[in-house]
Design a protein around this ligand. Structure first.
Ligand code: F6P
Length: 377
């Protein structure tokens, strides 16, 4: 057994689940327990389980057989320790988290999560004085400081497979199909899957779109004999008008994904406000502009489910074992990042509160454009 400065750790998964979480838990535990003799306490349901002291003991047997399983054996939630809904009221539960860590004699808390989790873990360090270590997970790939997050590759595979399947039905019916892809306010997933699946149009939040340009592109395709089109839309994509309104503060960020449509009763009186999903809005407007029948597919949580891809299993295992190594050395308050083919420690203060969106000059955008893909402009 190798020497270890850390004797006991807590581990939790927080935020939206994704494939690869169990592989990462397994990586941390197997290496921490097996190679360094570190005791591991699992907290259930993210930061809520930490605050409520709901735990499970993790050992070699508990983490055996979970490498290929989707989701997280620890459960997850979107709670923040410093703004947690308790009995209908938002409360700062930082002290409860600190007390529970002390009860278990935990030296360092390992948090597996996306951008929000990095921020929450950093808060526990700065405000609660806890030592923490984080791993970057999310299908959105939007965590700053790392080349890639685990979960992204599997989600991209699922979205690409969906685009492949949409091609055959769109071709047969000579239709436009708008495929809505997750990613929150970043376009990595839609862009990656759009390129890999050969989408004709890719709309991402980083490049506000103009539907007239999109319609002109679709018309050009039709005139060249291509009677179908696939449009990959990131759920956070916004039009140029919406981008302007956002910049001038006239529109709320939470309104980005949908538009309010007023339905009318038989007398023409408005009676119902419906939030029209962004992809439906785009399909409806493109059908009007091009005269081609349009359909919508929203991939939703299918993108987060199921077994992780081999790449995600590898990335999760690399991150998990690198975390155990850092714990043994006492290198706390960092995020374990993927850099090239390996891992590196990034100080958590450089990651917390930051987001990695797609830079406008990114090679994926250049490549899509060289392929003749319309990026909405
Ligand atoms: O962050 C992962 C993600 O899947 C985003 O792509 C999406 O916007 C969000 O979570 C959905 O969250 P929920 O599962 O809470 O509906």
């Amino acid at each position: 057994m190798a020497e270890s400065k850390t004797k006991c750790i807590g581990i939790l998964t927080s935020g939206g689940d994704c494939p690869g979480l169990n592989a990462a838990i397994r990586g941390v535990c197997k290496a921490a327990i097996g190679s360094y003799g570190i005791k591991v306490v699992g907290f259930l349901d993210g930061f809520r389980g930490l605050v409520e002291n709901r735990t499970v003991a993790l050992d070699d047997r508990t983490v055996s057989g979970i490498l290929t399983q989707g989701g997280t054996i620890l459960g997850t939630a979107r709670d923040k320790p410093h703004k947690m809904l308790m009995g209908g009221k938002k409360m700062d539960m930082t002290q409860a988290a600190v007390d529970n860590i002390a009860k278990h004699n935990i030296d360092c808390l390992v948090c597996l999560g996306g951008g929000g989790t990095q921020k929450n873990a950093y808060h526990l360090h700065t405000e609660g004085g806890l030592d923490v270590l984080t791993l970057p997970k999310t299908i959105d790939n939007d965590v700053a400081g790392t080349d890639i997050t685990f979960g992204f590759d599997t989600a991209m595979q699922i979205a690409t497979d969906a685009i492949d399947r949409l091609h055959t039905t769109a071709t047969s019916h000579h239709r436009i199909i708008v495929c809505e892809i997750m990613g929150h306010n970043s376009g990595w997933l839609a862009l990656g899957a759009g390129i890999a699946g050969g989408a004709d149009v890719i709309l991402i939040p980083e490049i506000p779109y103009d539907l007239k340009s999109v319609a002109a592109h679709l018309d050009k395709r039709r005139l060249s004999g291509k009677r179908f089109s696939i449009i990959a839309v990131a759920e956070g994509a916004i039009s140029r008008q919406e981008a302007k309104a956002l910049a001038s503060g006239k529109k709320d960020k939470k309104d980005e994904k949908s538009e309010v449509v007023v339905e009318q009763d038989a007398n023409g009186q408005p009676y119902h406000l419906v939030q029209e999903p962004k992809a439906s809005q785009i399909a409806r407007q493109l059908q009007q502009l091009t005269g081609t029948e349009a359909r919508v597919t929203s991939l939703g949580h299918v993108q987060r489910g199921g077994s992780p891809s081999p790449r995600d299993r590898l990335v999760s295992s690399l991150l998990g074992t690198a975390a155990a190594h850092a714990l043994a050395k006492g290198d706390y308050n960092n995020m374990i990042a993927i850099r090239g083919n390996g891992t590196e420690l990034v100080p958590l203060k450089e990651v917390a509160g930051k987001k990695k969106t797609v830079p406008e000059d990114h090679s994926w955008i250049t490549s899509a454009q060289l392929l003749g893909t319309c990026m909405g402009i």
